[in-house]
Design a binder for this molecule. Structure first.
Ligand SMILES: [Mg+2]
Length: 165
C-alpha cells in the first residue's frame, strides 16, 4: 500500500453565518450587537491568504429570511482594517430554504464537486441534509475554533457521511 503523504485540501470552504461566523443570530426586530465567534477571523484570514489554501475558495450558505441584512452585516464587519467579511467569500447564498438548495447553487456556480466541499454549521439538522450530497460536514455548535478547524482538515474527506465534531 502506498502511504498517503499529501493531505487533500477542500476546494470550497462553506460557512453558515448565524452562530457559526457571528453571534448572536441577526434579529430583524431587536438589532442586537453582533460579533465574531471564537477563532473565526483568524481562520477566514488563513483560508483567504494562506499559502496552504492557494486555489481554495470560500462561500456562504445561510438560511435566513433577511438576506439584505446579512449582506449588509458582511460588508460592515471587518476581519482586518482593510478587509471586510464579504471580501473573502467568492459565493454567497442567503435565503430561507433547506441547505441542499444552497449547495446545489454553489456547485453550479463554482463548478466544484460536492466531494471537494467542506461545510461548517452550528445546526445538526443542516448537516443531516447536506451530508447526503457527499459534502464533508463539520458540526460547530457555538462557533469554530482552531482545534476543530485542524481536526476537520485532518479528517477531510469524511468517511461514509460521518459528521466531524
Ligand atoms: Mg447557524
Amino acid at each position: 500500500m502506498e502511504e498517503k503523504t499529501v493531505q487533500r485540501i477542500p476546494k470550497l470552504f462553506v460557512f453558515d453565518l448565524d452562530d457559526t461566523v457571528w453571534g448572536p443570530e441577526l434579529d430583524f426586530y431587536m438589532n442586537k450587537p453582533v460579533g465574531f465567534l471564537k477563532d473565526i477571523e483568524e481562520i477566514l484570514l488563513e483560508l483567504y491568504k494562506g499559502e496552504k489554501f492557494k486555489g481554495a475558495k470560500l462561500a456562504v450558505a445561510s438560511s435566513s429570511g433577511f438576506p439584505a441584512r446579512g449582506k449588509k452585516k458582511m460588508k460592515d464587519m471587518k476581519i482586518r482594517d482593510d478587509l471586510a467579511l464579504e471580501d473573502v467569500f467568492s459565493f454567497v447564498e442567503i435565503y430561507r430554504k433547506e441547505k441542499d438548495r444552497h449547495f446545489a447553487a454553489l456547485k453550479s456556480k463554482s463548478g466544484i464537486d460536492f466531494s471537494d466541499m467542506i461545510f461548517y454549521d452550528n445546526q445538526m439538522n443542516n448537516h443531516e441534509t447536506v451530508k447526503k450530497l457527499g459534502v464533508t460536514c463539520v458540526f460547530c455548535p457555538d462557533g469554530l475554533d482552531k482545534r476543530l478547524f485542524s481536526k476537520s482538515l485532518e479528517n477531510f474527506p469524511s468517511k461514509e457521511g460521518k459528521i466531524i465534531t
